[in-house]
Design a protein around this ligand. Structure first.
Ligand code: FUL
Length: 472
């Protein structure tokens, strides 16, 4: 009897180990909602706006900060008109200056002459975001060149108190941004950050806030500040043994994620519309033109990441006309080029083990419905267009609520019965935008060549975009 029990125990253990191996990371609901945000604005604003620096030293007199016409509603109007879904502001950059009258610092808007020390940028922006239906996020630099406690354990408490203050007074905060940068150098102050405390605090006071840093816990840095993710981009990352800042994984790992990564930590592409992060008048003519912003969109959102586009207000506290014009034209480019989905309501088919099944789930413009091939090696998806169309862009979406599975796919463009072109891709994830020289096409065949588990596709879109915008 004892033997039987032992064998039974062994079998159960083996089965449970086997099952554990199968477990694939999945996004939580806050991360899923974050993926759908796709594109939002970053706002770098603070003493650097007035001094022309990129990294303030923390010794700038508070009176330097004195916007003459600050209007956060103008930022929100522009963000809204540009199709951005939210705004993340540098509440405190490396110079330590707080854009809100924090009780835990003496280097804040309260100490400045702006509005006689009664001003509060976080108050104005959080209110404006609510009014305009935009999500409100906060960048809070751990590195602080002003705070007297920086470099001591006391500073960890200061950082925690600031987060509590922000959540309490300006919440809900949709995304919290912890920058990993630190320029102290070998002889500078050394702060041992209590990341566990920071994380636990945020989880207990704002469980719905998604937290960004080089390595998450919820969102990761993409490993560059140029605005692009890897063509292969896993939403998965291994973090054991890595730290934020200098101890982060190599940049190409951040760019591509880890195939077998244990955690769902998708990439966010932060990039500035100008050469610098802060406003500098001499860069007014260097605002990225709309077609370049469109290219960034293809290389970030189109590779399954999110785009965090920085648009810094000037000394008046207003977004410069050059930037807003570029943003609105960028919006128009996205609208004009993605307005007509030539696959909408087209016939979808699943060819599986010799049988043809019809499906409308791939072309119903509804990401909540998806189609799968349980044993993907034995089947292919087809999209049969209503008529022959000239196309140069295909958009695939994976149902990532079920995890990210596709690692290699071949897309054949068919005209009549002949493939005119085969496109090979790797990951899909939230969205994969593939562009190519235009072809006349009557059907598209999608063969999943490799996947970690049964792949689920939610949408296939087909477009003819302006040839000049096709990714080179
Ligand atoms: C970096 C910072 O050092 C830059 O000033 C900027 O804020 C950028 C978004 O992150 O790490």
């Amino acid at each position: 009897m004892k033997h039987y029990l032992f064998i039974l125990f062994l079998c159960c253990s083996l089965i449970s180990i086997g099952q554990k191996k199968q477990i694939q990371p999945r996004p939580n609901n806050y991360q899923l909602a974050w993926h759908d945000m796709e594109y939002y604005l970053f706002v770098h604003f603070g003493p650097n706006t007035f001094t022309g620096k990129e990294w303030g030293e923390g010794i700038e007199p508070e009176d330097i900060f004195n916007p003459t016409e600050l209007d956060c509603k103008q930022w929100c109007r522009i963000a809204k008109a540009a199709g951005a879904k939210g705004i993340i502001i540098t509440a405190k950059h490396h110079d330590g200056f707080c854009l809100w009258p924090s009780k835990f610092s003496k280097h804040t808007v309260r100490e400045s002459k702006w509005k006689n020390g009664k001003g509060d940028v976080l108050r104005e922006l959080s209110n404006a975001c609510k009014q305009y239906g935009l999500k409100f996020g906060v960048y809070l630099s751990p590195w602080d060149r002003n705070h007297p406690d920086y470099g001591t354990n006391k500073y960890n408490g200061v950082f925690v108190n600031m987060m509590k203050e922000i959540i309490k007074n300006y919440g809900p905060i949709w995304e919290m941004w912890w920058d990993g940068a630190n320029g102290e150098g070998p002889n500078g102050k050394k702060q041992i950050y209590n990341w566990r405390l920071f994380e636990n605090t945020m989880r207990s006071i704002a469980p719905q806030t998604v937290i960004f840093s080089d390595i998450g816990p919820d969102i990761r840095w993409v490993g560059n500040e140029n605005g692009f993710a890897g063509k292969t981009n896993w939403n998965l990352l291994d973090t054991v043994g890595f730290k934020r800042g200098e101890g982060a994984p190599p940049n190409d790992t951040l760019q591509q994620g880890n195939y077998w990564g244990k955690n769902w930590i998708p990439a966010e592409c932060d990039v500035s519309i100008r050469p610098g992060w802060f406003y500098h008048k001499e860069e007014d003519a260097k605002v990225k033109p709309p077609h370049q912003l469109f290219e960034l969109y293809l290389k970030s959102v189109g590779r399954g990441a999110n785009l965090l586009l920085n648009v810094p207000p000037d000394e008046r506290g207003l977004i410069n006309g050059n930037d807003s014009t570029a943003l609105l034209e960028f919006k128009k480019l996205r609208e004009d080029n993605f307005n007509t989905n030539l696959a909408l309501k087209a016939r979808g088919e699943l060819h599986y083990k010799g049988i043809i099944y019809s499906t409308n789930k791939l072309t119903d413009n509804n990401t909540a419905t998806s189609e799968t091939i349980p044993d993907y090696k034995q089947g292919v998806f087809w999209i049969k267009l209503k008529q022959e169309e000239k196309i140069n862009c295909i958009v695939l979406q994976e149902a990532i609520d079920k995890g990210q599975q596709i690692s290699r796919a071949k897309i054949s463009l068919i005209n009549g019965s002949q493939p005119v072109e085969n496109l090979n891709i790797t990951t899909v994830g939230h969205k994969r935008i593939i562009t190519f020289p235009a072809q006349l096409v009557s059907a598209i065949r999608i063969q999943i060549e490799d996947a970690k588990a049964a792949p689920f596709l939610s949408e296939v879109g087909v477009y003819l975009i302006d040839e000049k915008l096709v990714e080179q």
